[in-house]
Structure formats: C-alpha cells, structure tokens
Design a protein around this ligand. Structure first.
Ligand code: BGC
Length: 468
C-alpha cells in the first residue's frame, strides 16, 4: 500500500464499534508512526546530505566507510576458503568452495553466541568454534600453503585501514566486549587463533552488507547495493573513488562504501521518532546511537511495539489494564510475534490471541484487544518498511546514472525474509521517488542468501591472489 498522506494512513486504524476514547488513542498513535511521502522525501534529502558529509570526512551523520574492495567479482573466482560470519545472534563457520561460473558449494555450522561471549570472551569463543569446525570437517590448508585462508564477515562498524585490518568503532546489538573498541578486530581474532594454535589466517574482513553485495555480484554483475534488513540494518554500494573526498589513494575506479546507515539522523532532526522509541533508546546500552536502526530492525521492533502496547494498557484501553510478568520484561515481545500477528487475517484473530494468551500469559484477551494489538503492530511494521524503502531509494538516487539500466540489489536478513510483505513494500514505497518504469522493469531485489559466508569467500579469493 503506497500511502501519500498521513490522514489516509491514520484512518486505516479506526476500529469499527470500538469506544471513542480507544479510537482516539489509536489514531493519535498512528499519526505519530506515520511516514508521509513528503516525510520520505525529506529523509531522502537528509540522507544525501549525510552521505556527502561522510564521504568528505564529517562522519557525525553517517560513517561512509571505504571497504578497500575496488574490483567487482567476475563470477569466475575459484578455490576453497574458510569464512566466518559473526552476526548479532550467531556465528557461522563455513567452508566455501567457489566453483566458478557463479556456482559454489558450502558446508557450514552455526553456533549461537552465548551472553558470556557477547560481554567478555568473544574472540576466544570464536577461536574455539573455529577449532571445532576445522577438526570436525577436516579442513586443511590448500596444497603448498601453511595456513587456511579465511574471510571474516563482521556485522559491526569498523574503520577499515586495509582489506584485513579494521578498528572497532563501537559495539551494538547488545554486545559489549571490554577492551576492544578502537582496536583492530582482525588482530584480536588472529591472536585468539594463535593461543589455540590454529593455522587459520584472516586475509580479509568485511561488513555483512559487503558480503551480500559480493554474493549478488558473483551471479549478477549489475548488482549495485548490498543491504541487510535483519537483527540490525545497513547498506553498502559501489561509489566512484573520485567522489570519496576522504580517500587518500588513487581516484580512478570504484570502491564499495559501507554506509552504516543505522547511524542516520542520531540527532533526530527528521526521523518520525515517538515516545515509544525514546523509551527503548533511553534504556539501551548504546543510548543515542543507531537511532534509525532502532526504528526498523528486528532486534528492536518488537520492543517498540511492546512499549506502545503497554502505553495503551496503562491507560486501561487494552487488556483491561492488565499486563503479565512476561510481557513486563524488556524485549519479551519478539519481532517474530509481530510477523505472526500482522499476518493473521482470521475473523477471530486466533493467532493474535494465541501469542498474547498462551505465549505472553495475558489473561483472556478479547477480540477487541486482539484488533488493537494487531493495529499497533501493523503501524510500527509499516513505518519500518517505509523508512527502509526511503533509505534504499536514497542510495539508488545518489548515483542517478545507475538508474539507466537494470539494477540488482542483494538483500539478506530476517526482516526481509520473514516480515510479511517486506519485499513488496520496498518496491511499492519506492515508486513515488524512482518512478513506475524503473520499479517495474529495472529494479531487481534479490535475496542474497548466505551472502555473508559466500561473500567472505569471494573476497578471500581475491585477497589471496593479491598475497601470492
Ligand atoms: C551494524 C552494521 C551491520 C548491520 C547489519 C548494524 O548494527 O552496525 O555494521 O552491517 O547491523 O547486520
């Protein structure tokens, strides 16, 4: 649904037969979450300003980090590589065999990151997982080489100083490993490998968006953007070197820039920020940072919705003013529940009731309660999708010459894969800015499945060639 006016959006949420007081509260809430086309345009303009500033060294808006990747994959890269993919929830260790002709084979093992690793022992824990994988899968260095070459996808912001070096800017997604901010994460990981006597050498480090873009380029050379809409959110794209004012190297050709768009508008000058966002932000360990990410990504959306629902509970407009010990806990309302709720079209909202009554132990929710809860989740999810579309459109419009031909965008992440209609909403909400012809005929949004694992192997292949 492309929404032009806030009024149109707000009126969708009026519930027939509900008390006036409830409808008034609901419509007020919908107005606060609305993103009109005019607002999207304002966001796109501010995005361009932040991109320009970031490329020229003023990183207060968006970091715009050079990735040191200046060559597009050809699809013919070959060889066997280890790749690590450290995300917000899991570490995936993979052995990727690039077969050329855009084809690959992958064996992988997923390790859920324990709280202790997120807060303290991360690098030794990674080494432990790699050691288990290497042993279980008999991974050996390639003939004639001493160590196993490894590409490392790292889903946190780092200031890259080379293809295989980068200093951590900050943690997010609930991580807080001491003594690591400002330090080279490749060194920290490599040291942990040494302590375990692991013959694994990290030859490249890359952001997960870069992994998605590389994977997409491996099969679609016209890929211009890599995006993650998952636990966190971010995008990278091919930029002309001559446009990167802060880049001291050669100015000819292109380089992938990691935008770190989750940091967009931390000063909250244009974003439609509500009291419910503020409640989340105030209590979060990275308070005041990644504000845009907190409005659209899977780690946070459920919590924004929980805050908004509790606001109605506190006014006795929902669940008869009652919550439950489970629902009172921060982050108890997983974004996956929102997906279930907004996709329930049954007349008596069976799934919605199940989530609240059985999972969250709210006593006897009524049908009206379920309708209200569904409306609240929907307005927050819709805002997320409109903001996501605005940011994608902004990056595409940044290089208008790209829009002449077909543009493939490689996307990965749980929101993109599992939130109902996310993909369709990206296309639809971009129309007013990119035009119907472009959206219908030239824009190709593609799932870059396992992008982080494969992308890291592709970059490792390129890097190992350099090293030889
Ligand atoms: C991180 C990015 C990452 C994104 C998606 C954000 O929290 O800052 O580096 O690309 O999440 O995983």
């Amino acid at each position: 649904m492309a929404l032009l006016e806030t009024k149109e959006f707000v009126n969708c949420y009026r519930i027939e037969g509900a008390p006036d007081k409830l409808n008034e509260a609901l419509l007020r809430m919908a107005a606060s979450f609305a993103v009109s086309d005019a607002k999207m345009r304002e966001i796109i303009d501010r995005f361009h300003q932040s991109m320009r500033d970031g490329l020229n060294g003023d990183e207060a808006g968006m970091p715009m980090i050079p990735s040191f990747i200046d060559r597009r994959p050809t699809g013919n890269e070959q060889g066997k590589f280890l790749s690590l993919d450290l995300g917000g929830t899991n570490l995936r260790v993979c052995q990727v065999t690039l077969l050329g002709k855009s084809d690959f084979h992958m064996v992988q093992q997923k390790f859920t990151i324990p709280a202790e690793a997120k807060e303290r022992t991360l690098f030794d824990w990674i080494a432990q997982c790699v050691s288990i994988f290497v042993e279980e899968h008999d991974v050996e260095p390639n003939p004639g080489e001493y160590s196993i070459n490894c590409g490392f996808t790292f889903s946190f912001p780092i200031n890259q100083t080379g293809l295989a070096e980068g200093n951590l800017i900050m943690w997010n997604k609930g991580f807080l490993v001491p003594n690591s901010v400002g330090r080279d994460v490749v060194r920290l990981t490599q040291d942990a490998f040494l302590r375990k006597h692991l013959r694994v050498r990290i030859v490249a480090i890359l952001n997960d968006t870069v992994g998605a873009l590389m994977t997409s380029c491996y099969s679609n050379p016209d890929s211009q953007l890599g995006i993650i809409f998952g636990t966190g959110t971010n995008a990278c794209y091919w930029e002309r070197l001559s446009n990167i004012g802060k880049w001291a190297g050669p100015k000819e050709g292109e380089m992938v820039i990691n935008t770190e768009w989750g940091a967009f508008d931390n000063a909250i000058e244009v974003l439609p920020y509500t009291m419910h966002d503020n409640k989340l932000n105030r209590k979060s360990p990275n308070h005041g940072l990644q504000v845009f990410e907190k409005m659209i990504s899977g780690m946070y959306l459920g919590e924004v919705a929980r805050n908004a629902l509790l606001y109605l509970v506190d006014q006795r407009l929902l669940f008869d003013g009652r919550s439950s010990p489970i629902f009172n806990k921060s982050y108890a309302f997983d974004t996956a529940y929102m997906s279930e709720i907004v996709s329930d079209d049954s007349p008596d909202l069976t799934e919605v009731r199940k989530v609240f009554e059985q999972t969250l132990e709210i006593p006897s929710p009524t049908l009206l309660d379920c309708k209200v809860a569904k409306a609240v989740c929907d307005m927050i999810g819709t805002r997320a999708m409109r903001l996501s579309a605005a940011s994608m459109a902004a990056v595409l419009l940044w290089r208008p010459e790209m829009l002449k031909g077909t543009v493939t965008v490689g996307i990965d992440g749980s929101m993109y894969q599992f939130y109902p209609s996310f993909d369709k909403a990206l296309y639809d909400n971009c129309r007013p800015f990119l035009g119907d012809d472009f959206v219908d005929n030239k824009l190709k949004l593609r799932l870059a499945k396992d992008g982080s694992g494969v992308g890291a192997a592709i970059i490792a292949a390129v890097a190992s060639k350099h090293l030889q």
